[in-house]
Design a protein around this ligand. Structure first.
Ligand code: NAD
Length: 418
């Protein structure tokens, strides 16, 4: 695995790993093991298209580490998906599950395809063929996929059904992010956005801020950003701007988030929303605010724009929104970063709850899900911040050091071959 580009996901993942490995003084043997993924599967499989022809698709499933439990990670459908992306994202998952201290390792998968030009039937056949190809690789005790970019609960239902057909019995715990009717968990849809709010609330206390005195700019109004916006507005935060790929909307008194959700649903865009004014989507990121919450995509905060950020807290809802070079600038600006592997761990935490509930065959109410999520997010936040202060490093390095420490300890206990 190699890469030197500031924006290459794998190169960023490896740099962050190297920094943390140096900081905890990780020995060469463990470093060599953890710098590589444990197992990777590349599959090429035919899918019957609606016109009767067959097309061959390529998919991946990569498991980075399984020392602490079954591999866990999303499944992405994207035309630009690469094996290197899957490796990098699998590595991230190992650290994320370790920071949240849930008993999983890290994995990621994907299929190179453009779901926008596939019919529902084609998508279903593609998902089932892909699942059949990776059947021996996944399972409740082996590797538990979940939704990621362009996959959703319907995709998970198809995977679960295909797996169950081969197993000969229902096996709900093979995937998470399922529909409620098929063993999904209450609170899963809101979990990542809710987790972002929970860690932000912890950060506010350090600045003597309350939700009412906190202005928030959110990039991305999808699952993570939209849910964070809704929950944070309800909790009293002032959401002063929402930034989308095709425009941004601003209201210094706080946007009416439910109204904006309705507007976007009906008009397909945040643009033209009467409850705010249009603002250039690039400039919106630099508005003065207490919290900036990038929740759209990776590499949006780079060495080219980091100096212009005007926030006190950066809560990384998206995976990898900040490049390594940008991190150095943020540190100089004294911006309190809640790194992605902590900030967006709410999703994998409730995925863990889903897996537990499926295996128990006993389902929790939403209050219990949310309170247990709160416990884990608060504990993880405290652990990362304490680690940062004890070792005099930034929060991102601390989160990686903590994760690496936990994974390395598990590997030493099991023997380095885990
Ligand atoms: P999503 O597709 O539901 O939402 C993303 C939103 O961002 C969309 O509204 C899209 O239009 C917008 N967007 C895309 N590119 C943009 C750009 N350049 N500028 C502004 N807006 C842009 O996706 P999601 O599930 O909310 O995931 C967002 C990020 O959070 C991704 O990095 C994902 O990997 C990460 N994440 C998601 C979860 C989860 O539970 N959904 C968990 C952990 C991490």
């Amino acid at each position: 695995m190699s890469g030197t580009n500031e924006r290459s996901a794998l190169s960023i993942a490896q740099r962050q790993f190297d920094a943390a490995a140096d900081a905890i003084g990780l020995d060469d043997s463990l470093r060599a093991v953890l710098r590589e993924v444990k197992r990777e599967l590349v599959v090429h499989f035919p899918v019957e298209m609606d016109d009767g022809s067959f097309r061959v698709f390529t998919g991946f499933r990569v498991q980075h580490n399984i020392a602490r439990g079954p591999a866990k990670g999303g499944l992405r459908y994207h035309p630009a998906m690469t094996l290197d992306d899957a490796r990098a994202l699998a590595m991230y998952m190992t650290w994320k599950t370790a920071v949240a201290d849930v008993p999983f390792g890290g994995a990621k998968g994907g299929v190179i395809c453009d779901p926008n030009i596939l019919s529902d039937g084609e998508l279903e056949r593609l998902t089932r063929r892909y699942t059949a190809q990776i059947l021996d690789f996944i399972g409740p005790d082996r590797d538990v996929p979940a939704p990621d970019m362009n996959t959703n609960e319907r995709t998970m239902a198809w995977i679960m059904d295909t797996y169950a057909m081969h197993a000969g019995h229902a096996t709900t715990a093979v995937v998470t992010g399922k529909p409620m009717e098929l063993g999904g968990s209450r609170g899963r849809k809101e979990a990542t956005g809710r987790g972002c709010m929970m860690v932000t609330l912890n950060a506010l206390k350090r600045f003597g801020l309350t939700p009412e005195t906190t202005r928030v700019v959110i990039q991305g109004f999808g699952n993570v950003g939209g849910m964070a916006a809704r929950l944070m507005a309800k909790a009293g935060f002032r959401i002063v701007a929402i930034v989308e790929y095709d425009g941004a909307v601003r209201n210094d008194n706080g946007l009416d988030i439910p109204a904006l959700e309705t507007w976007r649903r009906e008009n397909g865009s945040v643009n033209g929303f009467p409850g705010g004014e249009a603002i250039d989507k690039h400039e919106a990121m630099f508005l003065e605010c207490e919290v900036l919450l990038p929740a759209a995509t990776e590499n949006v905060i780079t060495s080219e724009n980091a100096a212009k950020l005007n926030c006190r807290i950066l809560c990384e809802g998206a995976n990898g929104p900040t490049t390594h070079h940008a991190d150095e600038i943020l540190a100089r600006k004294n911006i309190f970063v809640i790194p992605d592997i902590l900030a967006n761990a709410g999703g994998v935490t409730v995925s863990y709850f889903e897996w537990v509930q499926d295996r128990q065959g006993y389902f929790w109410n939403e209050e219990l899900v949310n309170s247990r999520l709160g416990e884990i997010m608060d504990e993880s936040f405290d652990a990362v911040v304490a680690y940062a202060s004890r070792h005099n490093v930034d929060n991102r390095t601390a989160a990686y050091m903590l994760a690496l420490d936990r994974v390395a300890t598990a590997m030493r206990l099991r023997g380095i071959y885990a």
